[in-house]
Ligand binder design. Structure first.
Ligand code: FPP
Length: 228
């Protein structure tokens, strides 16, 4: 595990829940339900991994509001249920939970659940699980720049990195499932030197075993960070 590139911050664009369900003749919501189980399995794997310090999942983008209202409502309820059910995973595996994105648009109950989960897990140190919720990378950068201007701080790379919502901001490895090869406004600042990996697997079929294989491939890649 310690050979090759270090892997501190992993980011994942979870895609393909709908297509997974359609291929099985199921409702799209079934794909999201299975997807939530996969988030749990991958998070546990990351907590047991000796290098990974944080894993950031793209759970709801600012564009996801365009989906039918019934699907948006389902995703909101699923998120609330997920946070409630995962309390034991967070506490038993030493996982800290953090949300990034503008959660002010969510229901008071969901916001309270997010706040409680952040509060309850804040002393956990094995892994930080970050869920990007109503998140957009451009909005995060604009917000950070405005924060610096309002504080009267110079806008430079170092200050901007620390003003972002995402802790441990540099991503080492970004994975997107389902065969799409796009970034979709995710962590734009933080992926500057990230290694990218696109797998055709739909998110509900993604496993810790496949993640392990991808990590092995990542370890062998040459990262130059602009050098030679
Ligand atoms: C993409 O599949 C998935 C999302 C909308 C984001 C991820 C959401 C989950 C994994 C559901 C559970 C989330 C939490 C945090 C409990 P898609 O619907 O875009 O799939 P498609 O492109 O095949 O239609």
């Amino acid at each position: 595990m310690s050979n090759g590139n270090t892997l501190r911050h992993l980011a994942i664009i979870m895609d393909g829940n709908g297509r997974w369900a359609k291929a099985k003749g199921l409702r799209r919501t079934k794909g999201h339900e299975k997807g939530a189980e996969v988030i749990r399995d991958i998070t546990r794997f990351c907590a047991d991994h000796d290098e990974i310090e944080s894993v950031t999942f793209y759970a709801f983008s600012t564009e996801n509001w365009k989906r039918p209202q019934s699907e948006v409502n389902f995703l909101m309820r699923l998120l609330e249920r997920y946070l409630k059910n995962e309390t034991s995973t967070y506490m038993e595996h030493g996982i800290r939970f953090l949300a990034i994105g503008d959660t002010s648009a969510f229901s008071p109950a969901l916001r309270e659940r997010i706040r409680q989960t952040e509060e309850m897990t804040k002393e956990n140190t094995r892994l930080t699980q970050i869920l990007a919720l109503n998140y957009g990378g451009r909005a995060e950068i604009v917000h950070a720049v405005n924060r610096l201007i309002n504080e009267g701080s110079p806008v430079n790379e170092e200050n901007l990195s620390s003003a972002l919502q995402t802790p441990y901001s540099d991503i080492d490895l970004l994975i997107r499932t389902s065969g799409e090869e796009r970034i979709s406004n995710f962590l734009l600042w933080q992926i500057s030197y990230a290694e990218l990996y696109f797998t055709p697997t739909y998110w509900p079929d993604f496993t810790p075993g496949e993640l392990n294989t991808i990590i092995d491939i990542y370890k062998k890649r040459i990262r130059r960070f602009g050098g030679i």
